[in-house]
Design a protein around this ligand. Structure first.
Ligand SMILES: C=C(O[C@@H]1C=C(C(=O)O)C=C[C@H]1O)C(=O)O
Length: 375
């Protein structure tokens, strides 16, 4: 399903400062003092790598009692930073009042935060406040891994007439313990790209990692996933930052980090490489056809087994048999140099479809509607 978004190219409102590096939006997590913001902005501008200055002035904090942003006074500081450095400015807005104040103060780019994206009422309020205004808006993914909420927010903003639109991939909350503050769940961002190929996606490695040491790894991966730019938090002295101290980098460290990234292009220019890729891809197509044929054959056998089970009062799940398949498969995959995790996930997917199919057979004619795709 392709989304019907009316979008202007990213280059109509923001560009990388040069062709050899990614588009970079940078700035402190929060504007703390006028001196901190303006001094950080100067150092960022001096790197020659930054296309816009970001700073949070209204901060949605998970718990009360934490620093909730400096508020509207920060808009004056942003004005000064822009006047002195020439950098366009970007802030997060979460209410109609924020939108009005930010626009009045001449903020160049607005973004909708992850907690706001998760709430359609909030997004609609922001969208209504944006009607008739020509300002670029970036929409962060919602905190929860729900791509339809992300799409819905983009649609609401776009329906209000905002065509300078981009998505920001900042990762998703997860119950699992992980090295990341927010799980990247790349599949969701790739899925969004498939739904809206023209929609630019900016990656936010600061919020994904929550840890400055992991930022280069996520930044490189984002570029290799064909994302259009990076938004990275940078503070003149991260050790004393009032918010997110662990994930901020100095402007100098940011410049070095950007220099170490490799920028690859999605287009294949050389005819020779194009031919070689076409050959390899045609081999992949043949293999994919075989994989699908074999899976369909397997499912026909599953159907027969399901019918036997129905006629003879046997449970669908056979734990020992499943365990045997999993162990054997993972071992075989390993011998053929497949990653254990991959083989396990693949077999689990096949098994859950097999269970679904047999559940359908058991329920046939009983009036029980089986809507679940996975059990
Ligand atoms: C197909 C069966 O039913 C279930 C599905 C399995 C599969 O798809 O391989 C294996 C064990 C069962 O949990 C079976 O009992 O063999």
């Amino acid at each position: 399903m392709k989304l019907d978004l009316k979008i202007q190219p990213l280059s109509s409102w923001i560009k990388a400062t040069n062709d050899n590096q990614p588009l970079l939006i940078a700035g402190p997590c929060s504007a703390e003092t006028e001196e901190q913001l303006v001094a950080t902005a100067h150092l960022l501008a001096q790197t020659g790598k930054v296309s816009a200055l970001r700073a949070g002035i209204w901060k949605p904090r998970t718990r009360p009692g934490e620093f909730e942003g400096i508020g509207s006074i920060g808009l004056e500081w942003l004005k000064r930073a822009k006047a002195e450095t020439g950098l366009p400015t970007a802030v997060e807005v979460a209410t109609a009042k924020h939108v009005e104040e930010a626009l009045k103060a001449g903020v160049d780019i607005l973004w909708v935060g992850a907690r706001s994206t998760a709430n359609p009422f909030t997004v609609q309020e922001i969208a209504d406040a944006l009607r008739g205004v020509d300002v670029p808006v970036m929409v962060k993914n919602p905190v929860n891994p729900d791509i339809t909420l992300w799409i819905g927010a983009l649609e609401r903003i776009n329906n209000a007439g905002i065509t300078k639109l981009a998505a920001i991939h900042r990762g998703f909350s997860s119950y699992e313990k992980s090295a990341f503050r927010n799980e990247p769940m790349w599949d969701l961002a790739i899925n969004l790209k498939t739904h809206a190929p023209d929609l630019p996606i900016i990656n936010d490695p600061s919020h994904i990692t929550g840890n400055r040491d992991l930022i280069p790894y996520i930044s490189q991966k984002a570029l290799d996933m064909d994302m259009q730019g990076l938004m990275i938090e940078s503070h003149i002295d991260p050790s004393v930052a009032w918010t997110d101290a662990k994930q901020q980098v100095t402007p100098k460290a940011l410049a070095e980090l950007i220099d170490h990234l490799t920028l690859r292009k999605p287009e294949v220019k050389s005819a020779e490489i194009k031919d070689a890729l076409a050959d390899l891809r045609s081999s992949i197509d043949k293999i994919d056809d075989l994989v699908i044929q074999k899976l369909a054959e397997r499912m026909q056998i599953v159907e027969k087994i399901g019918n036997y089970k129905k006629d003879n009062g046997i449970t669908i799940l056979q734990v020992n048999r499943w365990d045997e398949i999993l162990k054997k498969g993972v071992q075989y995959g390993k011998a053929l140099k497949l990653d254990n995790d991959f083989t396990e996930k693949l077999l689990e997917l096949i098994h859950s479809e097999s269970i679904r199919k047999q559940t359908e057979i058991m329920n046939a004619g009983t009036g029980v509607k089986e809507n679940l795709t996975h059990v």
